[in-house]
Design a protein around this ligand. Structure first.
Ligand SMILES: Cc1cc2nc3c(=O)[nH]c(=O)nc-3n(C[C@H](O)[C@H](O)[C@H](O)COP(=O)(O)OP(=O)(O)OC[C@H]3O[C@@H](n4cnc5c(N)ncnc54)[C@H](O)[C@@H]3O)c2cc1C
Length: 266
């Protein structure tokens, strides 16, 4: 192998398997306990990318998650897939974090760790903002390359092929840098029985408010400029009116009539 062993940190979010999500009719918030949680799909691809670099050239793979105690399950799955070390950022002080507070808190934890590469998913399937990765890079003052569909390491640089809509482009950056990954990047490996056994013997290190060097005003709900007022199930749309038998002039008049009928226009 000869080349320097890379230190790779992978940020993993435990998310509700939203395909099975149910909302609390009273508060409109997601009934998180009622639905199974999974490792965010883009993050699983990020972890697989890190493990392939470990297999091909040697790397120490650390996984980190911020969440309630039950987020440990996603970290144990990552250990069973082959990660070397796991950290859970968990404290009531971190609850209610929006993307600003989440990125600030994760960056504060990573700041004191060794890293050449940081992998995050492009986006989480619940919050869906795709904001945390680039914000972490900003806090750490390192380059950020998004939407990776191919990652190669060459000496002290990384070469990434990124995909945006229907075009790909190649970016080269010096390490350390942060890369956000697409779930299409690869086919993640399965946990091995031996890996599962080992994973349940591995200690998951906890990072709490007390052992995090951070400004309390920037943590949790207090540090979140964005508050989720309400989430609600999208009401099923009624079928539209098809008027393809009319020519464009007639169709325009017909539309105006309908809009007036519905008091949308006067
Ligand atoms: C329905 C819904 C809508 C929301 N809308 C907003 C909003 O508009 N603005 C806002 O600021 N917040 C919003 N939030 C809160 C937001 O989900 C949390 O702040 C969350 O921790 C980070 O945002 P995200 O889920 O969009 O992650 P993204 O930015 O989409 O996540 C990108 C990547 O960052 C990493 N990452 C993200 N969160 C964590 C974590 N907790 N631990 C480890 N790695 C992580 C993962 O690798 C992930 O793939 C919303 C939450 C919900 C449930």
């Amino acid at each position: 192998m000869g080349s320097k062993v890379l230190n790779i940190i992978v940020c993993i979010k435990q998310v509700p398997n939203i395909r099975e999500a149910r909302l609390d009719p009273g508060t409109g918030t997601m009934l998180r306990d009622a639905i199974p949680s999974i490792m965010n799909p883009d993050d699983k691809a990020a972890l697989e990318a890190a493990l392939r670099l470990k297999d091909s050239r040697g790397a120490h793979v650390t996984v980190l998650s911020m969440g309630p105690p039950q987020a440990e399950t996603a970290l144990r799955e990552a250990l069973a897939m082959g990660a070397d070390e796991a950290f859970l950022l968990t404290d009531r002080a971190f609850a209610g974090s929006d993307t600003c507070a989440t990125a600030y808190t994760i960056a504060a934890a990573i700041k004191v760790m060794k890293y050449d590469l940081i992998f995050t998913g492009r986006q989480a399937i619940d919050g869906d903002t795709a904001q945390v990765g680039p914000q972490i890079a900003e806090h750490l003052q390192i380059a950020n390359i998004s939407y990776a569909e191919k990652i190669t390491v060459q000496a002290d640089a990384v070469i990434v092929t990124s995909r945006l809509d229907n075009c790909s482009y190649v970016v080269k950056a010096k390490m350390p840098c942060l890369i956000t990954t697409l779930s299409e990047l690869n086919e993640p490996r399965y946990m091995t029985p031996g890996g599962v056994f080992e994973a349940y013997r591995e200690e998951i290190k906890k990072i709490t408010r007390r052992n995090l060097d951070a400004d309390s005003k920037r943590l949790g709900q207090k540090g979140s400029p964005t508050h989720i007022a309400q989430t609600c199930a999208k009401s099923a749309k009624t079928t539209g009116i098809v008027a393809d038998h009319l020519n464009s002039q007639e169709a325009a008049e017909y539309l105006l009539e309908k809009l007036r009928e519905q008091l949308i226009i006067s």
